[in-house]
Design a protein around this ligand. Structure first.
Ligand SMILES: [Zn+2]
Length: 302
């Protein structure tokens, strides 16, 4: 009897392993589409908006992962070997990118560094030493996103010149949608007296530059380092002095500290989207609109 049970067990394990393999296995490549690998969520959205039905987009950094800590595995290298285009952010967001591209040994891979030619912001002090010269969070700025969408369109056009006009047209209309949102909020933020808001990790320098705002945060640019007692005390003082009534928190990362801080100063906690992961089933444009609205509202009640 025991033997039969263990035999059944082995059989069922191998059946489920086989099923597992099937469901996690690489999707059959559709030869009519350009196969694009991107690093994280915002870039996947931009690429789909530009490429639409002409591209198949795969996101390398899995949903729910802290992207600043990500390290590629053999499967990711294999994926780049199979890809026609690889889109990554650059500016130190994916410190592993160049090495992984080299390891993939794919001579026909078109590489798009989405932040190329952007007007970048520099890191200083410890962050510059540990993570390189630049703040990577360009996609959280509407102006930065426009640059990235254009770069992605150029990359797709160079990999698939036949459809250049299609990619350009789609990029134009996405950039126009971004511009509408920017214009809608530019005047609103300009009219505010209070420009200071508190976020989870310091991801909003470019967003702040777009709208003349100032961020303070519970974690640094690369989502590292929980604040020490002294830093937390400084943040509490800062919130009180600036009458901060909303603390923004992210889905991954330091939400607990944001909540503690909010409780301490009697502020509300509100979600802010970093677009580093899929969030709340919302599109990039929906999340950017929510960020604009929520930051604006938190500043206008102060
Ligand atoms: Zn980040």
């Amino acid at each position: 009897m025991k033997k039969i049970i263990s035999l059944l067990l082995i059989m069922s394990i191998s059946i489920s392993l086989a099923a597992c393999k099937e469901s996690s296995g690489e999707k059959e490549k559709d030869g009519s589409k350009i196969y694009v690998s991107v690093t994280f969520d915002a870039l996947a959205e931009f690429t789909k908006a530009v490429g639409q039905d002409k591209v198949e987009v795969a996101t390398i950094i899995p949903a729910g992962t802290e992207p600043h800590d990500f390290e590629p595995k053999a499967a990711d290298i294999a994926r780049l070997s199979d890809s026609e285009v690889f889109v990554y952010n650059g500016l130190g967001m994916e410190a592993w990118a160049e090495e992984t591209i080299a390891a993939a040994e794919n001579n026909s891979l078109t590489v798009v560094i989405a932040s190329e030619h952007a007007d970048t912001l520099k890191n200083s002090g410890e962050e510059a030493d540990e993570h390189g010269a630049y703040d990577p969070h360009l996609w959280l700025s509407i102006k930065g996103a426009q640059t990235q969408v254009r770069n992605i369109a150029d990359g797709l056009a160079s990999a698939d010149p036949e459809n250049k006009a299609f990619y350009e047209k789609n990029a134009d209309s996405y950039i126009a949608e971004l511009e509408t949102l920017f214009q809608e909020y530019k005047g609103k933020f300009d009219s505010l007296e209070n420009k200071n808001f508190v976020t989870g990790h310091a991801a909003f320098n470019y967003f702040c530059r777009d709208f003349g705002l100032v961020q303070n945060s519970v974690a640094d640019i690369f989502a590292e380092g929980e604040p020490g007692t002294k830093q937390l005390a400084d943040l509490v003082d800062y919130c009180r002095e600036n009458n901060v009534t909303t603390i923004f928190a992210e889905e991954t990362g330091n939400a607990d500290i944001s909540r503690t801080l909010a409780k301490e100063v009697g502020a509300d906690v509100q979600t802010i989207y970093t677009m580093e992961n899929p969030e709340d089933g919302k599109t990039y444009l929906e999340r950017m609109r929510d960020n604009c609205l929520n930051v604006y509202e938190s500043l206008s009640v102060q």
